[in-house]
Write a protein that binds this ligand. Structure first.
Ligand SMILES: C[S@@+](CC[C@H](N)C(=O)[O-])C[C@H]1O[C@@H](n2cnc3c(N)ncnc32)[C@H](O)[C@@H]1O
Length: 308
């Protein structure tokens, strides 16, 4: 597991902070609450980025170690879940506000619906949905390439006796050449990707995108939330962590990529678009540590895509 310092950044990063936060109109108010919405980067951001990146680039991960880190990424996530059990990530309750289609699929009258989450971890996105589900025809598939994460899901009491609907979880690698056993192509109405694409090597993206495309029904949706470019956690990486541009190895040996909105299709991705963009945006928040008088500029990407 990551050293404590890494964890304290991580436990903020993947969660959408509490609801009801406000817009910061007067800088003098900044210390009056813990989080502010849509705060633009500070004036010295360009300088801070340049300093951080120059430091990181001055001592990237040596080539011989890169290969080692990229060889068995699932093992590092296994170690992460062994160390943290299901206590690390908070339940993603915000997901239902951001993607109301998930809630609609869980309504009693929604009819047959299939939701597939990939990179489900301990199930912090799917269990809140299953807990609220009143649709007997809802099926949730939750995949992760960490067998330990899947074990955490499979031993959750909601998994063992869902109040309504059906849930299934299995080990599967999103970057593998075949679909999960028992999942028919075109089965899913919705694919959920919460902080998982960032854990893949950029070379794995074309296969991942192709798998997601195959899993979805025509017109099916992808809901995505992931790390944004120049997020605080990217700028905090020290020397010896840079694997490739915007791609890092954490202290616990898990990998993380920071996306931006204008991301070009990587080489190997099809020339014709597979998805229409229904929504794509950068979510910026200023998180404030009032006690330590710290300002933390967080950046996430969020998108909805529709299979063409
Ligand atoms: C940052 S965690 C997010 C977990 C969960 N989505 C959540 O929001 O709580 C990333 C997860 O993606 C999984 N993962 C990373 N690469 C994967 C891959 N190629 N195939 C399947 N799962 C993967 C990891 O094992 C880990 O559980």
């Amino acid at each position: 597991m990551a050293p404590k310092a890494t964890s304290s950044v991580r436990d903020l990063q993947e969660d959408k902070p509490s609801f009801g936060s406000r817009f910061l109109t007067d800088e003098a108010d900044v210390w009056s609450q813990n989080a502010w919405d849509h705060v633009p980067p500070p004036d010295d951001q360009a300088e801070a980025i340049a300093i951080s990146l120059a430091k990181q680039r001055s001592a990237p991960v040596p080539d011989e170690d890169k290969q080692k880190y990229n060889a068995t990424p699932a093992r590092h996530w296994d170690n992460f879940y062994k160390a943290n059990a299901s206590n690390f990530f908070k339940d993603r309750k915000w997901l239902h506000l951001e993607f109301p289609e998930l809630v609609q699929a869980a309504q009693s009258s929604a009819g047959p619906k299939t939701i597939v989450e990939i990179g489900c971890g301990a199930g912090n996105s799917v269990f809140p949905l299953l807990a609220e589900n009143t649709n007997p025809e809802l099926t949730i598939h939750a995949y992760d390439y960490s067998s330990h994460a899947v074990k955490l899901v499979q031993t959750n009491s909601l998994y063992l006796s869902p109040p309504c609907g059906t849930m299934h979880s299995a080990v599967w690698d999103l970057s593998s050449a075949s679909l999960p056993d028992g999942l028919e192509p075109g089965a899913a109405d919705i694919v959920v990707l919460v902080f998982v694409l960032s854990a893949l090597h950029p070379d794995e993206w074309p296969q991942a995108v192709s798998n997601i495309y195959k899993i979805l029904k025509p017109g099916g949706h992808v809901f995505l939330r992931d790390y944004g470019r120049y997020d605080l956690t990217q700028l905090r990486f020290k020397t010896g962590r840079l694997l490739d541009d915007n791609f890092y190895i954490r202290g616990d040996k898990t990998r993380v990529y920071f996306f931006d909105q204008d991301h070009n299709a990587p080489p190997g991705c099809p020339a014709h678009p597979l998805f229409a963009i229904s929504q794509l945006g950068v979510d910026r928040r200023l998180i404030v540590n009032r006690k330590r008088q710290l300002k933390m500029y967080r950046v996430w990407m969020q998108g909805k895509f529709r299979k063409l």
